[in-house]
Design a protein around this ligand. Structure first.
Ligand SMILES: [Zn+2]
Length: 121
């Protein structure tokens, strides 16, 4: 019996508000699996959400973002650590006839990569 196969995956995320130095308004929140407070030598993409219902978008370098209200620089406020569970998705359960194969996922990944590359340029 292999227990690891049935266990859901747990992933840890760092979530923090982005606040404006100048006016103190919250510009959004960012989320990453890497620490948000340690500046990486290579910029790492984080997910930025502007509001509670925002699905989020990948941002390669949040440090270049500015406050929408006054244009001031932003800083990370109150980092929270959250854990999410991911059930292992079993692709073999998916009937190929139904359409919606992993192709959709591949396409999503490709778009994400393109977005990152266009932001890096
Ligand atoms: Zn501001």
């Amino acid at each position: 019996m292999s227990e690891t196969l049935t266990k859901p995956t747990r992933r840890t995320f760092f979530v923090a508000d982005l606040k404006c130095y100048m006016c103190g308004s919250v510009a959004g929140s960012i989320e990453s699996e890497q620490s948000l407070t340690v500046a990486p030598s290579v910029p790492r993409a984080v997910v930025l959400r502007r509001g509670a219902n925002d699905q989020g978008m990948q941002v390669l370098n949040w440090r270049s973002l500015r406050c929408e209200r006054c244009g001031g620089p932003l800083f990370v406020d109150e980092v929270e650590v959250i854990t999410r569970r991911y059930e292992d998705y079993n692709w073999t359960d998916e009937r190929p006839r139904r359409g919606r194969p992993p192709k959709r996922l591949i396409e999503e990944r490709r778009r994400e990569r393109e977005l990152l590359e266009s932001q890096a340029a």
